[in-house]
Write a protein that binds this ligand. Structure first.
Ligand SMILES: Cc1cc2nc3c(=O)[nH]c(=O)nc-3n(C[C@H](O)[C@H](O)[C@H](O)COP(=O)(O)O)c2cc1C
Length: 193
């Protein structure tokens, strides 16, 4: 589902910008229904679908949480433009088994730093992570690499005003019946302005 133009522009500026590392916090729901949160690098995509991608290890907790419960939420504070971006949505799991996504998976693998890829490969091979000179080739794809493909259905954008908090602006976009609806809300609560 296509995003509203404001969200599309924001995603391009923040999540599709290789100059800016979009490190945000991603929450999943664990087996007991408790929230579980960690920092991840979020990447925006509009092809093959509109979403956010997160590289991760398929043995990680976030992966097993999403397998049982696809609900996720995320938050990113962009200090450069004083904007807090929050979203709620669902995540799909993508692995090597999904042949349609092979090129996306490879492209996202190469977006990770070589030392992170080396860590994946050493772990997959059962080699101690702290060996002196790893000989694995980080271009080689690890079968333990997967992608979370997040489809947000709520975006909550808060532009903080660094000069005066009360002049900050906040908008909530919600996807309902295949249509995006938005409203401007108070920064302190969700009542309309
Ligand atoms: C700056 C930073 C960026 C990170 N980016 C990712 C990431 O993109 N994907 C990921 O799986 N873990 C990333 N991590 C590690 C996670 O925060 C986390 O420690 C790890 O994935 C295990 O989380 P889990 O057990 O909750 O699944 C990052 C950590 C930091 C500090």
């Amino acid at each position: 589902m296509q995003w509203p133009i404001e969200i599309s522009n924001l995603v391009k500026e923040v999540f599709c910008n290789d100059e800016f590392k979009a490190y945000g916090q991603l929450a999943t729901v664990d087996e007991e229904g408790l929230p579980s949160v960690r920092t991840v690098h979020m990447h925006g995509v509009e092809q093959p679908t509109y979403g956010l991608l997160v590289n991760c290890n398929i043995q990680s907790e976030k992966w097993s949480h999403v397998k049982k419960n696809p609900r996720v939420a995320g938050c990113l504070w962009n200090v450069e433009n004083h904007t807090q971006i929050r979203f709620q949505g669902v995540a799909d799991l993508i692995t090597e088994k999904e042949k349609d996504f092979a090129s996306l998976l490879q492209m996202m693998w190469m977006k990770m730093r070589p030392e992170v890829r080396t860590t994946y490969l050493l772990d997959e091979l059962g080699i101690a992570l702290d060996i002196a000179r790893p000989t694995v080739d980080p271009r080689q794809h690890s079968k333990n690499h997967g992608l979370l493909l997040i489809t947000p259905h709520v975006w909550d954008i808060f532009e903080n005003n660094p000069k005066d908090y009360r002049l900050g602006k906040r908008w909530i976009y919600k996807l309902k019946n295949n249509q995006w609806a938005w409203r401007e809300v108070n920064s302190l609560h969700e009542k309309s302005t």
